[in-house]
Write a protein that binds this ligand. Structure first.
Ligand code: B16
Ligand code: MG
Length: 217
């Protein structure tokens, strides 16, 4: 029974949400409203364009399409200043060990992220060459919770959706994996991610025999 793995990036492999937060907060400051960490939760796993819409809703601000484009560009430039300072020490606990374990088992894995910056981020943390393929915000037309990103991931793995295990930290991502008929693993708060097939607080909690069990099922 063959399986493959699709990894979300932000919240699973690295914590870039904190940098998104700083960049979005700066924009909210500029527009004159408060943007909190709990507001930031709403942006996790969501595309950049959709994130701006949610942010503007929170501030009850209306902008022209042109202004929105300008802010999307400036937010990303600001965000990238943080990304360029990232290094391998920012890989989340358990992630490198999990990739090593998958390599040892001969299980292939690809990335399935909403981020258009995913290749850059993987390069910053020295993981770019480890993935058998990368599906990111540049390669999809429909954002999570649409299953497109993961279905393309399954194609890259040459596997059927039912043979794919998805690691996700966001509600929209777990929904996307479920809609793709994949095995969903929620990383983070189990109450928030209760729709996942399996839940772990972080990757260090994944049992050693998780994949051998999944394969034998
Ligand atoms: P970018 P993931 C997502 O990454 C983030 O969770 C989300 O907050 C962000 O808006 C989205 O990427 C787009 O990112 O602005 O870099 O294109 O969790 O899907 O890996
Ligand atoms: Mg995520």
């Amino acid at each position: 029974n063959k399986v493959g793995v699709i990894f979300d990036l932000d919240g699973v492999i690295v914590d870039t949400a904190k940098y998104h937060f700083l960049a979005w907060k700066d924009l909210a400051d500029e527009l004159g409203f408060e943007f909190t960490e709990s507001h930031n939760e709403l942006l996790k796993g969501v595309s950049r364009v959709r994130s701006l819409e949610i942010l503007l809703d929170i501030g009850k601000v209306e902008l022209s399409e042109e202004k929105k484009q300008d802010y999307l560009v400036s937010k990303n430039e600001h965000y990238l200043e943080y990304i360029y300072k990232m290094g391998p020490e920012e890989i989340l606990p358990g992630a490198s060990q999990l990739l090593d374990a998958l390599d040892a088992l001969g299980i292939h894995y690809v990335l399935g992220s909403a981020s258009k910056n995913a290749p850059l981020i993987l390069k910053q943390v020295n993981l770019f060459n480890r993935f058998a393929g990368i599906v990111d915000g540049n390669s999809v037309s429909k954002a999570k919770p649409d299953p497109e990103v993961f279905l393309i991931g399954a194609q890259k793995l040459n596997l059927k959706p039912e043979q794919c295990v998805v690691f996700e930290d966001a509600i929209a991502g777990v929904e996307a994996a479920n809609r793709a008929h994949m095995i969903s693993v929620g990383i983070g708060d189990a109450k928030t991610l209760h729709e996942a097939d399996f839940n772990f607080n972080n990757l260090t909690e994944l049992p050693q025999d998780f994949f051998t069990k999944v394969i034998s099922e």
